[in-house]
Each structure stands twice: as structure tokens, then as C-alpha cells.
Write a protein that binds this ligand. Structure first.
Ligand SMILES: NC(=O)c1ccc[n+]([C@@H]2O[C@H](COP(=O)([O-])OP(=O)(O)OC[C@H]3O[C@@H](n4cnc5c(N)ncnc54)[C@H](OP(=O)(O)O)[C@@H]3O)[C@@H](O)[C@H]2O)c1
Length: 268
């Protein structure tokens, strides 16, 4: 379905209504910024209200798309469902949803307890399933739409930590299964799997500054593209999957990793 393109932006997303979880840092922030620059109306959430304020103020320039934010934990089902409903009310429907909030609890098998496993699965898999479930009615009302699930190359390339990799594998499966289930409603569902992303102040950036030799060795052995991908590069693939240009793609998993080998230098 073509809901009209705009001269603005690369992806023709002007006026589209998109909800993104985890939009204040890293990949989620870059997705929100790109969609706003495209002229989309964007709803996003994170746990830290101050970070949402900073994001809102930084995007409050004339010409950027409308932004709706709410502080919440995506693993609290009623809060997440309430946010999806509020965003759909505010925008008069939804055209796209991105499950970007994610992460890992615990470290290594023996330092990862039952609560860490459950928290990691809730954050990555449980939140994604509930988000899509809550978004189906407004997407259906809009005549269909696009769902993007942010997984990871850890979903099929083994590396520590198993609770994280197995949850990311489950997200890829979820995207493929839901694509079939929701296809008749005109709803496409795809996974995007970043390789190691260079997020300022986060794991790979810290390693680059604090352990330059180990970082160089990691790049040499595991990153044939010469370095980690930037979140902005991954955000562009997410925007493509939200756009009509990808209308033929559903149930897919798109790696954005420049042929990265292992997801971590640690090995097992
Ligand atoms: N970084 C990488 O190298 C990498 C590689 C492959 C895949 N990924 C995947 O890419 C996605 C984004 O990763 P990232 O590294 O960019 O993330 P990040 O820098 O850790 O940012 C995560 C975002 O999600 C929010 N968030 C985290 N937990 C939340 C919760 N329980 N409820 C609501 N919001 C929550 C955070 O804000 P608050 O803390 O304020 O809640 C923040 O806005 C994740 O799914 C991750 O698994 C990352």
C-alpha cells in the first residue's frame, strides 16, 4: 500500500505514525531521530524520564516530526499496552512499530541466575510479543503496517552470554512466525540484526578507548568490514523496512554487520 510519499527524506515516511521502544540511547535514539527528520510522527518510551525530556527538547525544532514520549518499563505489561493505546489515540492510528529496547542481565552461565534469565527474556522476547499484540488493532485499522524487531547477530552466531543470544534467536523466530500470522492483515514483520554497534560510552566504545590493543585485535579477527557498524547505519535499515520500498519483505532477518564473524572477542 502506498500512503503517499513526500519530497522530504530518503524513505517516504513523512506523516507515518511509528512507535519505537527504547528511544533515548543507542540504536533506538538514532531510529527516533531519523524518523523525526523524515517527518514521521514518533512515539517512544524509556525508563528514564529525564532522558526523554532531553530527547524531546533536542527534537523540538520546526519541521521535525511530532514526538510523543512516556517513561515506562517495557517489561510492565499494562504500562506498555497503555502506551501503545495512548500513542494510537494521539496519532489516530499506527503505521509502524519498532521493538528496539533490549539487553542482557547476568554474565556467563555460572553468574547468571534464574532471575537474570527471566529478566533477559522478558526484556527482549516478552516485551516484543506484547508490543506487537497491543499494536495489531491500530495497525489493522490503518489497513496494515510494518513491524521491526531489533534482534542481534548473537541470535545465530554463538558467543557469551547464552541468555542474551537465545533470547535474540527467539526474537528472529518471533518475527518470522508473526509475519505469517499477521500477513493476512497486511502487517509485515521483520527482524534486523545489528553486529557490534559503536554506541558512544557503551561496550565497544569503552573497549576502543580503554583497551585499544584488544579492540584492534577484535576488529582484525572478527570485523572484516574494518570496524563496528554505527547505530545510524542500522537505523537506516529499520527505516527502509518501515517504508513502502520494502513492501515485498516480510518474515526476514536482515543482518547489518558488515560480515562480522563472532559477536564478541571473549569466546566460550
Ligand atoms: N549495542 C550493540 O552492540 C548491539 C548489537 C546488536 C544488537 N543490539 C540490540 O539493539 C537494541 C538497542 O541496543 P543499544 O545498545 O542501542 O541499547 P542501549 O544503548 O542500552 O539503549 C537502550 C534503550 O532502551 C531503553 N530501555 C532499556 N531497558 C528498558 C526497559 N526495561 N523499559 C523501557 N526502556 C528500556 C533505554 O533507556 P532506559 O535505560 O532509560 O530505560 C535506552 O533508551 C537492543 O535490542 C540490543 O539487544 C545491540
Amino acid at each position: 500500500m502506498d500512503r503517499g510519499r513526500s519530497a522530504r527524506g530518503l524513505f517516504g515516511l513523512s506523516g507515518r505514525r511509528v512507535l519505537v521502544t527504547g528511544g533515548t540511547r543507542g540504536l533506538g535514539e538514532q531510529i527516533v531521530r531519523l524518523l523525526a527528520a523524515e517527518g514521521a510522527r514518533v512515539a517512544t518510551c524509556a525508563r528514564t524520564a529525564e532522558d526523554l525530556d532531553v530527547l524531546r527538547k533536542s527534537l523540538a525544532s520546526p519541521g521535525s516530526g511530532q514526538l510523543f514520549t512516556r517513561a515506562l518499563d517495557v517489561t510492565a505489561p499494562e504500562r506498555l499496552e497503555g502506551f501503545v493505546a495512548a500513542a494510537a489515540r494521539r496519532f489516530g492510528g499506527l503505521d509502524g512499530v519498532v521493538a528496539s529496547a533490549g539487553g542482557s542481565r547476568g554474565r556467563g552461565l555460572e553468574r547468571t541466575d534464574a532471575a537474570d534469565w527471566a529478566a533477559t527474556w522478558e526484556l527482549n522476547v516478552g516485551h516484543t510479543a506484547r508490543l506487537v499484540r497491543a499494536a495489531v488493532p491500530p495497525l489493522r485499522t490503518a489497513g496494515g503496517g510494518s513491524v521491526v524487531v531489533v534482534s542481534s547477530i548473537s541470535g545465530w552466531k554463538p558467543g557469551p552470554d547464552a541468555q542474551y543470544g537465545s533470547a535474540k534467536a527467539a526474537q528472529i523466530h518471533l518475527a518470522a512466525s508473526l509475519a505469517r500470522e499477521l500477513g493476512p492483515d497486511g502487517i509485515r514483520v521483520n527482524a534486523v540484526s545489528p553486529g557490534s554497534m559503536l554506541v558512544p560510552g557503551r561496550r565497544w566504545d569503552r573497549m576502543r578507548t580503554r583497551e585499544p590493543e584488544a579492540f584492534a585485535a577484535f576488529v582484525r579477527t572478527e570485523l572484516p568490514g574494518g570496524g563496528p557498524v554505527a547505530p545510524q547505519e542500522v537505523a537506516r535499515v529499520v527505516a527502509f523496512l518501515l517504508s513502502d520500498a520494502s513492501s515485498g519483505i516480510s518474515g526476514a532477518n536482515l543482518p547489518v554487520d558488515r560480515a562480522q564473524n563472532a559477536p564478541s572477542p571473549d569466546g566460550y
